[in-house]
Design a protein around this ligand. Structure first.
Ligand code: SAH
Length: 344
């Protein structure tokens, strides 16, 4: 079988094609065709000599994403795509049109093994981790989609299906590739990675010397509650997680975001807010409050908007920076992880 050219960086492609002794600009042209010019096939690469196009097609395939479903919110600001990235693998990718630019949420695994109680992605377990090419294919698909409207992607959030820090190498390669001028030319500061708290790999990421934003899914201020909601907490409890978050902030000089989904009657009391504020002490951190999306099978409900506002006010009164995630296209978000579930 031919090798997927999607996901290769300049050095890798150069090495793969070294036997052809191509001038460097040819490598640049090929990369531009696959990452920027929507080429589905080597035959359309009109600035390459015909024999080169033939040798490329003998060695490589271009595994792009294929759209299976598309949901657009009523306000048109959110679009969710179910993308087929391999014959038996489909993942969700979400485009959010903010006033400051277009943000893309990519998946790093098909399904998820973390087993968080409130999350639809976890329901059928992990199918497999995505390759760098399969993560990138989501982005190139949406980028091409936006290009037709004269728009582009300005930020990436690695917050889709899966736990990015258990697919560490492929995700890091993706982040570096996206930064390359021949791909998206995106600053590392425009990328946010969200983790459920794989502590050793937070330390590893801190040592990569990339100013990528880190978001940590906290969701509970006590080990007892967090272990019930997020089994990963049994392995990496709060003290260890917060120490890793603190070090990440210090190393990268980036403010770490702690995500806190608010679930009615579970973690939305003032006592919880007080304990959360205490945990945030001494960190360059902010809390992002997210009213939980209702997942049918789970029965978790968001508190009233008034309660959400009170929770935020309480944190602020304790000196903790706290924002409420602006709800975008609730009707689309409510299907977070569920589109794929149904497809399966
Ligand atoms: N595994 C990573 C990234 C994917 S989940 C992580 O855990 O951070 C992205 C975010 O969506 C996480 O903060 C996760 O806790 C949150 N999430 C999952 N299910 C949700 C739901 N039903 N409502 C609101 N947020 C949810």
């Amino acid at each position: 079988m031919e090798k997927n050219i999607f996901g290769l960086n300049k050095d890798e492609l150069t090495a793969e094609l070294s036997f052809l002794k191509l001038p460097a600009y040819r490598i640049g042209q090929i990369l531009e065709w696959i990452y920027r010019k929507d080429a589905a096939d080597f035959s359309v690469m009109s600035n390459l000599p015909k024999n080169l196009r033939v040798s490329l097609s003998e060695r490589f395939c271009i595994n792009r994403a294929e759209v299976l479903r598309e949901l657009v919110s009523a306000d048109k600001l959110t679009a969710k795509f179910l993308l087929k990235v391999a014959p038996d693998v489909a993942v969700e990718t979400v485009l959010m049109r903010h006033d400051y630019g277009n943000s893309l949420c990519v998946s790093t695994q098909a399904g998820c093994a973390m087993g968080c109680a409130f999350c639809a992605s976890a329901q059928n377990g992990l199918q497999r981790s995505l390759t760098t090419g399969e993560i990138l294919a989501q982005l190139v698909f949406v980028q091409n989609f936006l290009q037709r409207e004269g728009q582009k992607i300005s930020t990436i959030v690695i917050m889709g299906m899966g736990e990015p820090l258990v697919n560490y190498d492929n995700v890091l390669k993706f982040i570096r590739l996206v930064h390359e001028p021949y791909a998206l030319n995106l600053g590392y500061r425009n990328i946010t990675l969200s983790t459920s708290g794989i502590v050793p790999n937070i330390y590893r990421l801190a040592e990569e010397n990339l100013p990528v934003n880190l978001a940590i899914s906290l969701h509970a201020p006590t080990d007892e509650l967090r272990s019930r909601l997020m089994p990963v907490n049994k392995k990496y409890p709060l003290v260890e997680l917060l120490a890793a978050g603190k070090l990440y902030g210090e190393r990268t000089k980036r403010r770490v975001t702690y995500e806190y989904i608010l679930i009615k009657g579970v973690n939305d009391s003032f006592d919880m807010a007080r304990q959360l504020a205490k945990l945030m002490g001494g960190q360059l951190a902010a809390v992002n409050i997210i009213p939980v999306n209702h997942v049918e099978e789970k029965g978790f409900l968001p508190p009233s908007p008034q309660r959400v506002a009170e929770f935020q006010k309480y944190l602020e009164s304790r000196g903790v920076t706290a924002t409420i995630r602006r709800e975008m296209g609730a009707e689309v978000n409510a299907a977070c992880g569920q589109l794929r579930g149904r497809w399966q």
